[in-house]
Each structure stands twice: as C-alpha cells, then as structure tokens.
Design a protein around this ligand. Structure first.
Ligand SMILES: NC(=O)C1=CN([C@@H]2O[C@H](COP(=O)(O)OP(=O)(O)OC[C@H]3O[C@@H](n4cnc5c(N)ncnc54)[C@H](O)[C@@H]3O)[C@@H](O)[C@H]2O)C=CC1
Ligand SMILES: O=C(O)/C=C\C(=O)CC(=O)O
Length: 359
C-alpha cells in the first residue's frame, strides 16, 4: 500500500552550513570571506561577549566591532541601536554569535539594511535556519518572514554549547522540538519536513538526558545541536501554529523566558491538537517511541529539570485572561481551532503545571 497521492510544495532555503566541533577559529572568517565581507559587525548578548570577542579576533582586520546589545524578544529600541552601531562601524555584514536573541538582533539589522548575516548559534533555538524575524514593541511581539534575514551561512560548533547550563540546554532543546512538532501539522508541511522533524525530535530526545547528565560531553552536545538544526529547518519551511502563537503572546506581553515557555506550553497544545492531527501525532510517536507524545514531552521536561508551570516562570493568574484575549486577536493556522474557553483551559493547565489532558 503506498497511501494517498503525494501533493506538496517544499521550498529549500539558500544557505550554507558548516558543522564541526572546533569549527569556529577558522570557519567564521572563512564564511565571511566567501561572502566578500570586509567590515563585519559581531553581534551578541551581554553574557555571550567573551565568545563573541573570540570570534571577532579570528576575523582580524575584517572585524568592524562587537555590539553586545542582544536582548530576548528583540525590543524595537535595541534593534534600532544595533542598526546605528552597524552604520557607525561602516559594516557590510553581521556575524551573530549566541542564541536566538543575538541572531534575532542581527536579523533586525538585516531587515532594515539588507546586510548579510553569518550565524554562529550557541543554543538550540534554531533561529539561524529561518527567514522568520520577531520584534517586541509596547508588549506586543510581532513576527514575519523576510528572505533578507535568513543567514547566508551558519557555523555550528558544538564546543560553543558546552557552557550552556543544563537547565537552559534542556529548555532550549524543547524549544527546538516545538518547531518540529508544529511543522508536522502545519498547512505547508511536506514529507521532507516530516523526515527532518522526526529525526530532529529523535536526536534531541536521545541527546538531552545525556547533555543534562554531563553538560560538557561533546558527543551528546553534537547530537543535540544536529537535532536543533533539523528542527530549526522545519520552522524555516513551515508556518507556525497555536503553540508558537501562545509562546509569543506570553513572551511579548509578559516577558516570560522564551525557551522555558516553549517547554511548559508544548505538551498542552500537542494534547489539544492531537485529535485533529493524527498523522503528526503518529510521526511524533515514532520519533519518541511512545504512545502519548504530549505526555512524554511533559515527563521529559520533568526529568530534565525544566520548570513545569507558567506560574514558576513568573506569570500571575491575573494575566491569563489577557493572554487569552491577545491570542484570540492574532490569527494563526492550526489543525484545531481553539475557542476562548479552550484557550483558557490550555493556559490554565500550563499555568498550574498539570499533566496535559487535551482540554
Ligand atoms: N526567528 C526565529 O526563527 C526564532 C527566534 N527565536 C528567538 O530567540 C530568542 C530566544 O533565544 P534563546 O536561544 O532561547 O535564548 P538567548 O539567545 O536569549 O540566550 C539566553 C541566555 O543564554 C546565554 N547563552 C547563549 N548561549 C550560551 C552558551 N552556549 N553558554 C552560556 N550561555 C549562553 C545568552 O547570552 C543569554 O544570556 C527569543 O527572542 C526568540 O523569540 C527563537 C527561535 C526561533
Ligand atoms: O517561537 C519560536 O521559537 C520561533 C519564532 C520566534 O521566536 C520569532 C522571533 O521572535 O524571532
């Protein structure tokens, strides 16, 4: 039996990937050189400054400066400051060194100026694989797609992730798995995305317990980063659904930490969507080798020490109704439409840290 006739569109992204432990000392300069860049602004966050400086040193005369202005959810004023820094430095490109926040800031520069980006990711967020930008203004996080923000080249060096604390690694890995999980039921899903999603989830589910047990173990770090790459590529190829929408509301309006919010919310949205997304659920069952993927991700988060509830992340019960309203106001594609009451139930369960029940 071959199943239903195949019918899909898949757009591959024009980018180059270097994946190698220890790649950074040579690869970033090689990649910016290939792009013909002569004045590269290195963009990072405060905590990532040392790594960024080390990368900047490898660029030699092609380094136009280090701008350590990255902040989670890319507040618009920080984007404007980064553009100013790029102009003042006479930059002809950016190298983003860090997690999704550093890459997001470089994307904000690219969106406003067209400068090309080389990404050097140090978490599992996956932004480096997507043409998706996100910025926050007045408590509202807006996202969009723009080919100019897609990094031209990505240097994955698992050794850069060894310093990521265990709990952050676990949450970041679950952020990545959320990309794959939503890609499986996205309206623009395809068999290619499905392959990447299953392998990405499988790689992360196997690697994360090892990463948490031994954060400096290079083999598990390599597998986790490989999984994050695949999951990020899924996000880059498809539209986001209810899960991502909820996380953006919670991050933008209430400043909740991005990766941890994903880790808490994901099991609840997957349980809600499961009856309307049987093929996606079956794919996750295969990847995780369990009968109930939503429950397994909830349990995995617990085993990895990721916070279980939105309350633990700092949300107050009084914020739940605002989050429901903001989610209803913003359109998103999803296999199952959620009413106000159903959103309330999903958010309440996530707030309490209860096991996912599907509403
Ligand atoms: N546009 C897109 O496709 C995507 C965008 N994002 C965005 O990325 C942001 C979140 O990114 P994350 O990577 O979760 O967090 P992050 O980039 O904010 O990093 C969190 C903290 O960890 C530090 N850090 C990063 N790598 C480290 C390492 N290897 N060792 C020690 N410390 C390290 C950072 O300096 C920062 O202080 C959000 O703004 C989110 O919206 C996330 C996923 C996809
Ligand atoms: O929620 C995610 O992990 C994916 C996309 C974004 O975060 C959008 C952004 O703010 O860059």
């Amino acid at each position: 039996m071959t199943g239903p006739a195949l019918d899909f569109t898949y757009q591959s992204q024009p980018m180059r990937v270097v994946f190698r432990p220890g790649a950074v000392p040579h690869a970033v300069a090689a990649e910016t050189g290939r792009l013909g860049l002569r004045r590269v602004l290195v963009v990072c966050g405060e905590r990532g400054r040392d790594t960024a400086r080390a990368v900047a040193a490898t660029l030699g005369d092609a380094c136009a400066g280090v701008h350590a202005g990255a902040r989670m959810h890319v507040p618009v004023p920080s984007a404007e400051r980064a553009v100013e820094a790029a102009r003042e430095a006479g930059a002809d490109g950016c190298a983003a060194v860090g997690g999704g926040s550093a890459i997001g800031l470089a994307k904000a520069v690219a969106r406003r100026t067209g400068l090309p980006v080389v990404a050097v990711p140090t978490t599992y967020a996956g932004s480096e694989m997507t043409p998706v930008w996100g910025e926050t203004e007045d408590g509202v996080k807006r996202t969009g797609r723009d080919p100019r923000v897609l990094p031209r080249s990505v240097v994955y060096d698992p050794l850069l992730t060894l310093t990521m604390p265990s709990a952050q690694s676990a949450a970041s890995g679950m952020n990545a798995m959320a990309h794959a999980a939503e890609a499986l039921y996205a309206p623009d899903a395809s068999p290619i995305v499905s392959l990447m999603a299953q392998d990405g989830v499988r790689a992360l589910a196997r690697a994360l317990p090892e990463v948490v047990a031994e954060p400096t173990g290079p083999a598990a770090r390599g597998s986790a980063l490989y999984g994050a790459w695949l999951c990020g590529a899924c996000l880059g190829a498809t539209s986001m659904g209810l899960h991502h929408r909820l996380c953006h509301v919670l991050g933008g309006a209430f400043g909740l930490p991005h990766a941890e919010t994903h880790a808490v919310v994901l099991p609840h949205v997957l349980a809600f969507n499961a009856p309307s997304a049987p093929a996606a659920t079956a794919a996750l069952r295969r990847a995780l080798e369990v009968a109930d993927p939503a429950r397994e991700l909830y349990e995995l988060g617990g085993r990895l020490g990721v916070p279980r509830s939105l309350a633990a992340l700092g949300l107050s019960a009084a914020d739940l109704e605002r989050a429901v309203g903001a989610t209803l106001r913003a359109p998103y594609g999803n296999p199952r439409q959620a009413s106000a009451g159903e959103l309330r139930a999903i958010l309440r369960a996530a707030f309490d840290g209860a096991p996912p029940s599907g509403g």
